[in-house]
Design a protein around this ligand. Structure first.
Ligand code: NAP
Length: 209
């Protein structure tokens, strides 16, 4: 499979690149500041691209089979727009290039996963530290849902740098759920599973231990 990973220089995106290469996929990795990724072995192309620049996204799209968006942003009091505006660029570029499969990482607290992070997160951290980020992740999820693409939204719990275990919960019914941690490597593991055979197409599962 030919896979475009946006936000590939670190975190979940870098893990997706590593695991996709291990599975013999052809990977195009991009971020705004990205090195040569010499420790990643396999069919890899590395590009600098800003998701907010439509043309830098568009030029990477022809021939891809799937796109993974894993971008992140620092907390800010100013309006955050990279998630929604960047995702709109990706969706438009995918339609133009006839690419159908889109996986987007948002997070615990986006959409109807709000209120499932525990007291400290739900009452303090989410509204006061991550408020502008999650407002934009909500807009991002809205755009993805109405994109007419084969999409899956992935909402990780609290991220760690732990090892890949392949053992985690994938939750779509959040009734009574309080979200826990998840390693970035296991989020990537789920993304690769979903690419290999989509079980959560048009759904937004929460991933945690
Ligand atoms: N921390 C948590 O507990 C937690 C929980 C749930 C969900 N999440 C979410 O999970 C996602 C991934 O987080 P992470 O910690 O694994 O990764 P991260 O460290 O936030 O890395 C984000 C990646 O996105 C790239 N990026 C940022 N802005 C970009 C842009 N405009 N265009 C292209 N690439 C861009 C970055 O590279 P450049 O800066 O070089 O472009 C980097 O490669 C984030 O959306 C985060 O909000 C986090």
């Amino acid at each position: 499979m030919r896979l475009l990973v946006i936000g590939a220089s670190r975190g979940i995106g870098l893990e997706v690149v590593r695991q996709a290469l291990q599975q013999q996929h052809q990977v195009t990795a991009c971020a705004r500041r990205i090195g040569r990724m010499e420790d990643c072995q396999g069919a890899l192309t590395v590009n600098r691209a800003d998701i907010l620049d439509f043309f830098s996204v568009q030029r990477l799209m022809p021939g891809q089979d799937a796109v993974v968006i894993c971008i992140g942003a620092l907390p800010s009091f100013d309006k955050v727009r990279c998630f929604s505006e960047g995702t709109r660029n990706v969706i438009d570029a995918m339609h133009a290039a006839h690419v159908k499969r889109l996986l987007v990482v948002t997070g615990i607290g986006a959409g109807d996963s709000r209120g499932h992070g525990g007291w400290l997160y739900d009452r303090l951290f989410h509204p006061f530290v991550l408020g502008t980020i999650y407002k934009d992740k909500d807009r991002q999820e809205y755009l993805v849902r109405r994109s007419n693409l084969d999409w899956t939204i992935i909402r990780p719990g609290f991220l760690t740098h732990g090892p890949r275990t392949g053992q985690y919960r994938v939750l779509t019914d959040l009734d009574g759920i309080r979200c826990g941690k998840i390693a970035r490597a296991d989020v990537a593991h789920f993304i690769l599973q979903e690419l290999n055979g989509p079980g959560y197409r048009h759904q937004a599962p929460l991933i945690c231990y």
